[in-house]
Ligand binder design. Structure first.
Ligand SMILES: *Cc1c(COP(=O)(O)O)cnc(C)c1O
Length: 706
């Protein structure tokens, strides 16, 4: 094998390539058509490309690129002068262990469902970039999250394509003797076995536990089928595997984390295994609790009581009695750890309560969410005063390098040393922006929009083809040609996220007449692109999808309102880079943070959002728009009407006129001022480098509290 081919293979085994523009383009250029076919998966690409093609590509035109990219990759891995080395050297000898039920790192690794996973993925990438000694722990889902396709009526259907280890850059974890490392854990009356895999994410390692091995009963093999699949029983089993299995794995690897970070309550059972460890050393139960508390930090993500994982007393008893016997913890004592009212253990066991009780600090994911969480959990701390509740906040961000497209990256590199200059500080962002003229900025926008329109037209022809395979329905010609009507000259609004009902995807359709006037205004037209998946059990969310598809087929909206199937990281990257406006209209205060709007900023997109989550902090009157001013109403329908009215108002009077206000060169000067303000005020703050630094200084280093 030539030196170049082995270099490419090596690059494919570490997801670092997924946030390096040249590395991404290198894989694409090995075989552009195959690259699309394998869902941008280098491991699959290298399995399927012919030896001749690979040899030819590697030996001539791509040789220099391979050299350059490989050298940069090796330098990255070897770099000792990192942020962590300079600011948190205490943490270099022992790892931070970060537990999350999902990680959204790249579209080709389907172990995520939505925002929580994207956040974990962006967190581990920044931890790697900053040089933290960092380990992620999650499950290896064989089916991942579902692939969405719509039937002729616009109703969501799911299928679950399998993903195999040989198609992914995962390695089996082995023990000292080179044998497969198998973790054993007790669930109900059974012993369950888990194989461990590892996945390299730059300098960080993500471990994945996998029960889908012959040693297990079928019932337990399915724990690792689907992200958030199955019933309550499946859920508790997944959470035991993640928490307890994860701690056992780290112990088997002889890793001794400086801190355990629970990203959401799913992994909170890890505290039980840590308790077991302390009890095993001879500590009393109280001492053990205190010790575990010192080791753990917790991030909560759910601002509504109903959203928290809870398990019945019966289920807890059935699932844990044998395990508790093994580790020497009394069942009532365990129930107290998860009881909202410690004096009453007859009710549900709440994972968030367990996590809060056994962590040294806890945080919400935006300023507002911190406030909401303190109010929501104050009873646990025996106080009526939310200010007494020790839950802080660290606002979410995004891993900017991952979310910048090749085109955007090159654009900024023409004006700066690197894209980092745009998000390292406000001052440096402003310096870069001062070098960019309005016409250059507007050209970039136009190119990005045209790229998106081209992508959508290809995507839609597949989607329509696929939809009609399943039915004898012949597409109306109008809906087929509709796809070409999208125009880069038209103000384009994007809305894409999970179709949880509180996100209210169909809000903009509340008044069809008014929307018709907006969309079809001859001088100032608007087009809207939707995408998103509803959880397979969420019929209300699916109904929202169906409604939007129905609206999109009305004559007045045909070709102007589009629904794209199968939202995922790949689709997200296209949308956030191309749209002019990113729309976000959840019921305040239910969006703990939201991050998708942060991704659009460096591409010159602007946010139009309810005052909720991160937007409450970020909006300053000149960097996008707010829908209303933070109204809350206990009546869902009432709130819906109020927010819809505010949405129309701001669209009609601010967003649309600003976009279509042009100077003599047809450039929207005032719009671009907003774009500049958005970049300077948002990019340097709402990124995961800033976020992970904050976690490190305030939470991972033990010397400071919230
Ligand atoms: C960013 C992202 C999300 C999170 O979106 P929110 O704004 O937090 O709702 C969900 N899914 C995908 C695929 C994403 O890229």
């Amino acid at each position: 094998m030539s030196k170049n081919i082995s270099a490419v293979k090596k690059l494919s085994r570490n997801l670092w390539w997924s946030w390096d523009t040249e590395a991404k383009e290198l894989f694409k250029n090995l075989s552009p058509l195959l690259w699309e076919k394998v869902n941008h998966n280098p491991v699959e690409l290298l399995r399927h490309i012919s030896a001749e093609e690979l040899e030819a590509r590697c030996s001539c035109e791509l040789g220099i690129t391979i050299d350059q990219v490989s050298r940069r990759f090796e330098d990255y891995l070897a770099d000792k002068n990192t942020w962590a080395a300079n600011h948190a050297p205490q943490l270099l000898s022992r790892p931070v262990a970060y537990f999350s039920a999902e990680f959204g790192i790249h579209e080709s690794v389907r172990i995520y469902s939505g925002g929580l996973g994207i956040l974990s993925g962006d967190h581990i990438k920044s931890a790697s970039d900053l040089g933290l000694n960092f380990i992620g722990v999650t499950l290896f889902y064989k089916e991942g999250y579902f692939r969405q396709y719509l039937n002729q009526d616009g109703w969501q259907n799911e299928d679950y394509p399998l993903q195999y280890p040989e198609s992914l850059p995962v390695e089996k974890v082995t023990d000292e003797d080179g044998k497969d490392l198998i973790i054993e854990l007790t669930i109900a009356q059974s012993t369950v076995y888990a194989q461990a895999w590892s996945l390299k994410v730059g300098r960080a390692t993500l471990y994945l536990l996998d029960t889908n091995i012959p040693a297990n009963e079928a019932h337990y093999r399915e724990i690792c089928s689907r992200v958030y699949g199955g019933d309550q029983n499946m859920r508790i089993n997944q959470e035991i595997l993640l928490g307890i299995g994860g701690v056992k794995l780290l112990k088997a690897l002889k890793l001794d984390p400086a801190v355990y970070h629970m990203n959401e309550g799913h992994s909170a059972f890890l505290t039980l295994e840590l308790l077991a460890e302390q009890l095993g050393k001879g500590l009393s139960y109280q001492e053990a609790k205190a010790k575990v508390k010192e080791q753990c930090v917790f991030t909560t993500h759910t601002p509504v009581p109903a959203g928290h994982d809870r398990f019945s007393r019966d289920m807890m008893s059935y699932t844990f009695s044998k395990y508790l016997g093994q580790i020497g913890i009394d069942f009532e004592d365990m129930m107290k750890l998860g009881a909202e009212n410690p004096a009453d253990t007859s009710g549900l066991f709440t994972m968030t309560v367990l996590a809060l009780q056994l962590s040294r600090c806890a945080n919400g994911v935006s300023k507002l969410h911190g406030e909401v969480s303190r109010e929501m959990w104050k009873h646990l701390y025996g106080t009526d005063d939310p200010n007494q509740v020790p839950i802080g906040h660290i606002t979410n961000g995004v891993h900017t390098r991952s979310w910048s497209s090749g085109f955007t990256d090159r654009f900024w590199k023409n004006h700066a040393e690197s894209i980092e200059e745009l998000f390292s500080s406000r001052e440096s962002a402003e310096t870069v922006l001062a070098r960019v003229s309005d016409s250059e900025l507007w050209c970039m926008r136009y190119r990005l929009k045209r790229n998106l329109m081209d992508y959508i037209s290809r995507y839609l022809s597949n989607q329509l083809y696929h939809q009609h395979q399943y039915t004898p329905y012949k597409p109306a010609d109008s809906s087929r040609s509709a796809k070409s009507i999208l125009s880069p000259d038209v103000l384009t609004i994007g809305f894409a996220r999970r179709f949880a009902t509180y996100k209210r995807a169909p809000l903009i359709f509340q008044d069809l007449e008014r929307l018709n006037a907006i969309v079809n205004n001859a001088n100032m037209p608007v087009q809207i692109i939707f995408a998103g998946k509803a959880h397979p059990h969420d019929d209300a969310g699916k109904e929202y999808i169906r409604q939007i598809v129905e609206h999109s087929r009305r004559p007045q909206f045909l070709g102007k309102v589009i629904f794209l199937e199968n939202y995922n990281i790949g689709v997200a990257k296209r949308l956030i880079s191309g749209v002019d406006v990113w729309l976000n209209n959840p019921v305040r205060p239910m969006e703990a943070s939201g991050t998708s709007g942060q991704k659009t900023v460096l591409h010159g997109g602007l946010n139009l959002s309810i005052m909720d989550g991160w937007w409450c902090e970020a909006y300053n009157g000149t960097n996008g728009w707010s829908i209303g001013s933070g109204e809350e109403n206990d009546n869902y329908d009432e709130q819906y009407r109020i927010d819809a009215a505010h949405l129309y108002e701001v669209l009609e009077h601010q967003v649309i006129p600003t976009f279509y206000e042009r100077n003599e060169h047809n450039i929207p000067v005032r719009w671009l001022k907003n774009v500049r303000n958005a970049i300077a005020s948002i990019a340097p703050v709402y990124n995961t480098d800033r976020m992970v630094k904050e976690y490190t200084m305030r939470y991972y280093l033990n010397d400071q509290r919230p």
